[in-house]
Design a protein around this ligand. Structure first.
Ligand SMILES: *Cc1c(COP(=O)(O)O)cnc(C)c1O
Length: 366
């Protein structure tokens, strides 16, 4: 064990505020950024409970499991929820969102997941944001899996609540997260009698006791290890350049997709259109007659360090996830994953072309 992790001095308010400012720069936002002391589900849930209530009509876009969770929270808050569910192998379109607004002009809240690591799709937030803005609805975005892998621009896109986490493309720990909050969103919370107050879920507490007080006094002792780790990951992204880090993720996705197609054996990209596939992680459809979780288990038994996982829940039979994010957004991780999947498919008797897959992956790395 490294004792570097022990006996840390408490983190000062000024240091904490400087990390918030760095995260704001990462998001190119002038909104308030609140760093939340927990995994991203903390601000994701806190933001919904703060802004939604019995008077809310929410359009909840479901492109994977997180959208389903948001719908459950919204209903629990008493909101009327209109789910727009699209097949998990596609993205939602701005046209589909516009269609729901036409049928339900009373919608005043939209929840959307930008990229879903769990399904491998990414949604066109800029175009959807135009539709949401035109109708004046509050726009809530889960950018946990997109930040660092593709542009996340809450101000340019009109996002009112933009939640990020450190544990995907930023390569950080899972115990810290952040949300950028627009003036409109703060006003909605202040007017909501059911918004959490004096609660660990409360964003308003941070507004009233931290931001409005000039960020002089913290609400409680911050989780220093996670805060230092968040600072280190933003520092690392700044040093490499955000564009470079995003390009690495785009290349990893393109290489994995091309390699999987060239591998053959019936393996296919899960997300059918390349433009709808997330840069953060690539999902693959296991060949018919095979079980994704078994193939992944075989591959991992050869090398447990590979960034491979089977889909969650009901997707475990058909979906293979290549989690080429953070430190794994590099050619070696993609090549090793393809080679291991090739070996696993070969062992089940399928004909695969591993050399061809590696060549295709190398060629696709931009
Ligand atoms: C990974 C992820 C989160 C964070 O949740 P975990 O279950 O802790 O991984 C939230 N939203 C999205 C879209 C994610 O991909």
């Amino acid at each position: 064990m490294t004792h570097l992790l022990l006996d840390l001095p408490p983190m000062s308010a000024a240091h904490f505020a400087s990390i918030e400012d760095r995260v704001a720069r990462l998001l190119s936002t002038r909104q308030d950024v609140v760093i939340t002391q927990g995994e991203a589900l903390l601000p994701l849930e806190g933001a919904i409970r703060a802004t939604a209530g019995p008077g809310t009509t929410a359009l909840n876009v479901v492109t994977g499991p997180y959208g389903q969770t948001f719908g459950d929270w919204l209903r629990d808050c008493g909101a009327t929820v209109i789910d727009l569910t699209v097949p998990f192998h596609t993205a939602v379109t701005a046209e589909q969102v516009r269609g729901v607004f036409t049928e339900h002009p009373e919608i005043d809240f939209v929840s959307l997941v930008h990229a879903e690591a769990a399904t491998g799709n990414t949604n066109p937030v800029a175009e959807i944001g135009e539709v949401v803005r035109a109708h004046g609805a509050l726009f809530y975005l889960d950018a946990v899996a997109s930040v660092g892998a593709e542009p996340v621009l809450p101000d340019a896109w009109g996002v009112d609540l933009c939640v990020i986490g450190a544990q995907k493309a930023l390569g950080g720990p899972a115990g810290v997260s952040a949300v950028s909050v627009s003036e409109r969103a703060w006003a909605r919370m202040a007017a909501n009698p059911r918004a959490p107050r004096r609660s660990y879920l409360s964003l308003l507490d941070w507004k009233e006791r931290w931001i409005d007080g000039g960020r002089k006094a913290l609400l409680h002792a911050p989780a220093q290890l996670e805060m230092l780790a968040l600072e280190a990951c933003v520092e690392r992204v700044e040093a490499a350049g955000l564009e470079t880090v995003m390009a690495r993720h785009a290349s990893a996705a393109a290489a994995t997709r091309a390699g999987a197609v060239a591998l053959g054996g019936g393996l296919e990209p899960y997300v059918r259109e390349a433009a709808e596939a997330a840069p953060v992680a690539t999902t693959l459809r296991a060949p018919s007659g095979t079980v994704a979780a078994d193939l992944v288990a075989r591959a991992l038994s050869a090398d447990p360090a590979l960034p491979l996982a089977a889909g969650g829940g009901a997707l475990a039979g058909e979906m293979i996830r290549v989690n080429h994010y953070g430190p794994e957004a590099r050619p070696g991780a993609v090549r090793a994953s393809l080679a291991a999947l090739g070996a696993a498919l070969g062992e089940t008797g399928l004909r695969v072309d591993t050399d061809g897959a590696l060549r295709a992956a190398d060629a696709a790395w931009r």
